[in-house]
Design a protein. Sequence first.
Lengths: 210, 336
Amino acid sequence: MSETLDTAGATAMLRAVAQAVIDQTDVLTDADLAIGDGDHGVGMRRGFEATLEALQSPPDTVEAAFKAAGTAIMSQTGGAAGAIFGTFFRSGAKAFAGRDAVDGASFAAFLETGLEAVLKRGGVTEGQKTIIDALAPAARAARAAAGGSLADVTAAAAQGALDGVEATRAMIATTGKARSLGERSIGHPDPGAISVSLILVAARDFVAAA
Amino acid sequence: MARPAKKILNDPKNVVAEMIEGLVLANDGRVAKLPKHNALVRTDLPDSKVALLIGGGSGHEPLFHGFVGRNLGDGAACGQVFAAPSPDTIVEAAKAVHRGKGVLFLYGNYAGDNMNFDMAAEMLEEDEGITVRTVRVTDDVAAAPPERTHDRRGIAGDVYMIKITGGAASELDTLDEVERVARKAVANLRSMAVAVAAGSIPETGKLTFELADDEIEIGMGAHGEAGVYRQKLASADSVADQMMEQILADLPFRRGDEIALMINNLGATTMMEMLIVNRRIRQICDREGISVHRTDVGTWVTTQEMAGFSITLLKLDDELKHYLDLPAESVGYSRM
């Protein structure tokens, strides 16, 4: 297990993340069919397939790798998910500016920077049954663990996201296409939050195996 | 009740690209696709005019991209199925339609569309110096209570909005004026839908919602978002009565008002059913003292093979009537 990831390592991690999301397309489709319109899975698959393609030409820096992923997602996923996950990676990438490797502290900063941009773009707050409800607890958990290794931070972030997904089950959607379900959205986790957990679990597993 | 989707397609991953190719050809040269983006632009666009850019997810054909033409949209940015177009596609479409007088964005009020169009508007203003204004269609009374119209989504009212705003963008000289007309129209526009059976997503073959064979859902959204209530199948008159009661009370429409009336097929409902509903709506309008200036019964805003229909009422004044009555020519909507 390595303590940091250089540009090639970060690129490999992003590829592993992309593949993990692509592999779970059906899970995301079913989750979205329960409370939305069912397009989340194929949208995420399109965006992360584009990410794999974009990362075929090796990025020069860690920042460039995350930005390339975000640009691919933004332009190919479409919908709310494209805007949100694209913004997350593109803005979050700025946390790696001038750094030649990803360590625990910079990964926590990445989550915080990305979260802040997504909050601004989406105009939502925690508790509205959105991806924020996985991303915000993940960023907090990562910050709390930021003194530790990259493995510690990614593990904390993944657990924060998974706990966040569970918490969305009890929430009532007040924004997005699930909004009109009202109380009928209770019991179902938010599909976007699930995507956040897939991304962070894949990052954790990649770092643990690296 | 799950049933396998039955559609005549090629590789489901290519539905949007192949649909656009067919749509361009169906325009007989009046519309062209941008080389690298799923965006359509009029080929006969006048040199100096306020530009109207419409757009949204695919899968609702002929909305939006089928409404590019004279006195309608100058261009359209198309997303994937049920997903907003990306900011880069919207930016390129806006640049292609811009004729020096600014661009009005007109689209349905959905979180994904709002974010992507807003990102594009910021990029256009900052990087290109192009002035952009935005009007979101919010006609679905089932989506939120009257005090929260900004939370309402756009459904079949999109068609009247494109028609009126397209006319205004042909005749009025400034972006301000075109925006003013569009805002007046959306403030006087109300719709409601009833779902009878679900449509399916081409890429997955899955139905967008579950509805029992003997049930209908009043107020359901264009993507299967839950409506206001689910009930047993009922007569055309009683369903029309329920929908009209909510629509009329919402604006509210009053005795002496003059309206445009649209009955829109969500995909698989027969013209016969819609005409029977139209008969009932006119009885209600007569009773309430509301006169109908024009009627549109047809298929414009769909969700694949979803069965059901929507009712749209637009309260008119002389100005809105003028723009609504201008001739329009496109694959999706033509009226002389």
